[in-house]
Design a binder for this molecule. Structure first.
Ligand code: ADP
Length: 187
């Protein structure tokens, strides 16, 4: 299955994507994780992305498309993939659509995790303590939520207009939300 998970920072996308990977036996592709790996490796790309990420802004569409194109050219995506963190704006959604069309592998499902803003701030604060991510400070979190509503929320409409969107309530236990996602996917 070729799947996109959409949702604001703190909505549980990453956690649910990791579970889906085990359930569906397809790779979990998190652009945040790919970028953090570049930063940790100190690559040219990582150096470019580091400050942007720490501020909670979006890394350039060009860098992201290159990363996604190269990741989707690997053999382990033959049976599908779960995209987490991409696309994050309408330009990326268009680029992804074109890329997938060019390899004859269009998306089969888009799941949007719905969580109210107040709860997101609370969840990210909890995660900041546990993981110590550089971009989980209050200023960057505010910025990421702002970027989500300005740039990423329109992606919901993009997929809605293609009749491809399933909305899932992201409030509940991890098991409850996971069961809802599977149900939305018809599994
Ligand atoms: P979260 O969902 O908690 O914001 P992610 O791990 O998905 O965290 O992303 C962390 C950061 O990586 C983002 O704030 C952004 O700077 C960068 N990033 C990840 N995916 C993209 C993308 N598709 N386009 C641009 N920047 C991205």
């Amino acid at each position: 299955m070729r799947l996109v998970l959409l949702g604001p920072p703190g909505s549980g996308k990453g956690t649910q994507a990791a579970r889906l990977k085990d359930e569906l036996q397809i790779p979990h592709i998190s652009t945040g994780d790919l970028l953090r790996a570049e930063v940790a490796a100190g690559s040219e790309l990582g150096l470019q992305a580091k400050e942007v990420m720490a501020r909670g802004e979006l890394v350039s569409d060009e860098i992201l498309l290159g990363m996604i194109r190269s990741r989707l050219s690997r053999e382990d995506v033959a049976n599908g993939f779960i995209l987490d963190g991409y696309p994050r704006n309408v330009a990326q959604a268009n680029a992804l659509e074109a890329l997938l069309a060019s390899i004859g592998q269009p998306l089969q499902a888009v799941v949007q995790l719905d969580v109210a803003n107040e709860l997101l701030v609370e969840r990210i604060a909890g995660r900041a303590k546990a993981e110590g991510r550089e971009d989980d400070n209050p200023e960057s979190v505010r910025k990421r939520l702002q970027v989500y509503s300005d740039s990423t929320a329109p992606v919901i409409g993009f997929y809605e207009s293609r009749g491809a969107l399933a909305k899932v309530d992201g409030v509940g236990t991890l098991d409850e939300v996971f069961a809802r996602i599977l149900a939305a996917l018809g599994k």
